[in-house]
Design a protein around this ligand. Structure first.
Ligand code: JFZ
Length: 601
C-alpha cells in the first residue's frame, strides 16, 4: 500500500507540551493518571463459554457472549443462578485498586446486554430482581469507594442495549428500527436510569459512554445526546464525560476527555486529557479462555508511556461470578502498586516533557513541577545494563542533581553535562527489577533542543526521516509488508534532501552506513552525505533479491546496508548531517535509514 506524502509530515513535536487544555473539572483526572475499569455483569457467569462453545468471534470479548452466541433473554438471565450472591464483595475490588495505586474506578453499571447491576426502578432487568439475597452492587461499590477515598464512575451503554426491544442491538442493521421507537427506549430506560445513577449513589466522578461512532452514523440523534449530557451537567456538575458519548468536539466542546480505542496506547502528545482503556489479557468480562497475560513491565510501560504523552491508563479487571479477581490480575496489580509506591512521583501529577517523545532507547521521560517549586525530569529506565552510563540527549540546562530512586533512599549519581548532553553513571546494582527511576532536579523548567537525535546506548545515532530536523523534496512512504520482511521505507523517484542535528560529546571517529533497496545494475543515481564540510558521495549499489521468509516462493527485493565512509569529529559540539538523494523515476531508490556508530579506539 502506497501513500503519497508531499509537504505533509507527521508532527513529532508540538509547540508546547504543557497540558494547558484541561478544564477545571478534569484537573483531578490528569493528576491521578491511573484508574481501574471493572467489567462485571451477568456475562461474568458465562466465563466466555456457552453450552460447551466458546464465545464466537476472534477478539474473545466474553461480555459480548449473549449477542455473539445468539442467546435468548430467557436463557441468558438464568446465568444469575450461577452467582454466589453471598460472597460478592465490591470492597475487595476497591482494596485491590488501592493496592495497585489506582485512584478511580469505572464500573459497567449497564453493559450492552442491558442488565443493570443496581436496584433500578426504570427496568426490571436488574440485579436486585435476580439475586438471592437481593444485591445492589453499585450501592455497595459506591460505599466502599467513599470509605476508601476513591473516585467512582459508571460505564453506561447508552446506544446499544440487547434487552430493550427498541434499543440498538446490532442486528438492527438488518431489521431497521425507526427513530421514534428508539426514542421510546431512550426516554423510558436511558434517561431514567441515568437519573438513578446520578442521584442515588453520592458523588459520581465520570460517566463513561461507549459509542465508538459519531452519532451521524448511528440511530442516536444529537438532541438525545445533548439531553443526556445536560442531565449529567445538571445533577452532577463535576462529573466527567468521555468522548464515546458520540458528539464530536466541533459540535460540542463540552466533552472532558478523549477515550482512545481499546488497548490503543498513545503515540503523540495531546494538550487535552485522554485515556486508554486497557485489559491485562484480552477479554474485558471474565473469561476462563484467557492464557496470554501482559507482564508487569509491559503494563508499567503502557502507563508511563501514556503519562509521557499527557495521557491516562484505565486498566480492567473482570471479576468472576463470586466476585473474585483472577490470580494473574491480582499478582500484576500488586506488583504495579509496589512500584508506584516508590516511584509514583513520575506518574501522579506528572506530564509530558518538552522533548520529542520516544527519543531515547533506554526508556521514557515524564516531567513535573513539584510542590517545592523545583522541576523534575524523570527518566524511566526500561533497558540498560547496570554499571553502564545513561545517555540523555536534548536537555540544554545542567541539572542541580541526579538521583537514583530506590526503596530505601535516594542515591546521588555522578554525571557529566555538556551543552545538550547528559551522561549519568549508573551503579552496578540497580534497585528495581521492572523499571528504574532517575530523578533530575532543576530550579527552573529546563530548556530543550528538540531537533537533536539522541545518542543511542550503542554509541550510535539512528537517523530516519521521522527524527530529521527538516527535509525537502517528495517521497512515497511504503508501509512494511509481510511481517516486516519488506521494511517500511521512503521511496525517492527524483530527489530528497534530509537534515539531522546531533551532539557529539567527545572527540571520536564514526562509521557511516545506510540501508536501502535498489534494483538497477547500471545507473547514475547517487547520494551525498555532508557533515562538517566533508562530503561523501555514494553511488547506489544493486542490492539484489532475497527470500523474505524461509519459504522459497517469497522472493523480495533486498534491503541491505552499504558503508558510506568514516568521519572524525575532532571537536565536541553540534553537527548537522545532510543527506542528498538523487535519482530518477526509472531508477527509484527505497531508502530506510542511516546509522553512525562510534569506532572504539
Ligand atoms: C467496547 C465494548 O463493546 C466492549 O465490550 C468493552 O466494554 C470495551 C471497553 O468497549 O468495545 C469497543 C469500543 C471501541 C472500539 C473497539 C471496541 N474502538 O473504538 O475501536
Amino acid at each position: 500500500m502506497k501513500k503519497i506524502l508531499l509537504v505533509f509530515f507527521v508532527i513529532f513535536s508540538i509547540k508546547t507540551n504543557c497540558q494547558n487544555l484541561v478544564n477545571e473539572r478534569a484537573k483531578w483526572f490528569v493528576n491521578d493518571r491511573f484508574g481501574m475499569f471493572i467489567h462485571w455483569g451477568l456475562y461474568s457467569g458465562a466465563e466466555g463459554n456457552w453450552k460447551g462453545e466458546k464465545v464466537r468471534y476472534d477478539n474473545d470479548y466474553a461480555e459480548w457472549i449473549q449477542y455473539r452466541n445468539q442467546i435468548e433473554k430467557s436463557e441468558y438471565i438464568k446465568l444469575s443462578k450461577r452467582f454466589d450472591w453471598n460472597k460478592i464483595d465490591p470492597e475487595e475490588w476497591v482494596l485491590l485498586a488501592k493496592k495497585a495505586g489506582m485512584k478511580y474506578i469505572t464500573i459497567t453499571a449497564k453493559h450492552h446486554d442491558g442488565f443493570a447491576i443496581w436496584n433500578s426502578k426504570a427496568s426490571d432487568f436488574n440485579i436486585y430482581n435476580y439475586s438471592e439475597p437481593k444485591r445492589d452492587i453499585i450501592k455497595d461499590l459506591s460505599e466502599a469507594c467513599k470509605k476508601h477515598n476513591l473516585k467512582l464512575g459508571f460505564y453506561y451503554s447508552h446506544w446499544t442495549d440487547w434487552e430493550h426491544p427498541y434499543a440498538w442491538d446490532n442486528s438492527k442493521e438488518i431489521y431497521w428500527l425507526d427513530k421514534d421507537k428508539f426514542d421510546i427506549y431512550w426516554q423510558e430506560k436511558v434517561i431514567p436510569q441515568m437519573k438513578e445513577l446520578l442521584t442515588n449513589y453520592g458523588e459520581i466522578s465520570m460517566i463513561w459512554f461507549d459509542m465508538w461512532l459519531h452519532h451521524d452514523q448511528t440511530i442516536v440523534s444529537k438532541d438525545q445526546l445533548l439531553q443526556l449530557k445536560n442531565l449529567i451537567r445538571e445533577i452532577q456538575p463535576n462529573c466527567l464525560i468521555n468522548s464515546r458519548l458520540g458528539l464530536s468536539v466541533e459540535e460540542d466542546e463540552d466533552v472532558d476527555f478523549r477515550t482512545l480505542g481499546d488497548n490503543q496506547l498513545g503515540e503523540y502528545k495531546f494538550d487535552y486529557p485522554w485515556q486508554t482503556p486497557a485489559t491485562v489479557a484480552h477479554s474485558w468480562g471474565y473469561s476462563k479462555n484467557e492464557n496470554e497475560w501482559k507482564s508487569t513491565t509491559s503494563i508499567l510501560r503502557s502507563l508511563i508511556g501514556n503519562v509521557s504523552l499527557n495521557g491516562n491508563l484505565m486498566l480492567n479487571i473482570g471479576p468472576t461470578s463470586d466476585g473474585s479477581v483472577p490470580y494473574e490480575i491480582g499478582k500484576r496489580f500488586s506488583e504495579i502498586g509496589k512500584w508506584l509506591k516508590f516511584y509514583g512521583k513520575s506518574v501522579y501529577g506528572a506530564e509530558a516533557f518538552d522533548l520529542r517523545s520516544n527519543l531515547h532507547d533506554w526508556g521514557l521521560i515524564t516531567y513535573k513541577h513539584n510542590k517545592q517549586g523545583k522541576h523534575n525530569v524523570f527518566l524511566n529506565i526500561f533497558d540498560i545494563k547496570p554499571g553502564n552510563s545513561l545517555n540523555v540527549t536534548g536537555i540544554t540546562n545542567k541539572p542541580l542533581n541526579a538521583y537514583l530512586i530506590s526503596k530505601k533512599s535516594k542515591i546521588k549519581l555522578n554525571f557529566d553535562f555538556n551543552k545538550a548532553f547528559l551522561k549519568i553513571k549508573l551503579p552496578t546494582d540497580l534497585p528495581d527489577p521492572y523499571v528504574n527511576l532517575i530523578e533530575l532536579e532543576y530550579d527552573k523548567k529546563p530548556t530543550v533542543d528538540r531537533d537533536l537525535v539522541a545518542k543511542s546506548k550503542f554509541n550510535g545515532y539512528s537517523l530516519k526521516l521521522s527524527n530529521s530536523k527538516s527535509y525537502q523534496g517528495d517521497y512515497i512512504l511504503n508501509e512494511s509488508k509481510r511481517e516486516g520482511s519488506i521494511p517500511s521505507n521512503i521511496q525517492v523517484n527524483d530527489s530528497l534532501n534530509i537534515s539531522w542535528k546531533i551532539f557529539v560529546d567527545k572527540p571520536s571517529k564514526f562509521n557511516i552506513d545506510t540501508s536501502y533497496n535498489f534494483q538497477k545494475k547500471i545507473t547514475d543515481g547517487f547520494m551525498t552525505v555532508s557533515i562538517n564540510k566533508k562530503s561523501y558521495k555514494h553511488r547506489f549499489n544493486y542490492t539484489g533479491k532475497t527470500v523474505g521468509e524461509p519459504i522459497q516462493d517469497y522472493i523480495i527485493d533486498r534491503f541491505k546496508s552499504s558503508t558510506i565512509g568514516t568521519i572524525n569529529f575532532e571537536d565536541v559540539g553540534f553537527y548537522d548531517i545532510d543527506l542528498k538523494i538523487k535519482t530518477s523515476s526509472q531508477n527509484p531508490l527505497q531508502w530506510q535509514w542511516m546509522w553512525l556508530e562510534e569506532i572504539a579506539d
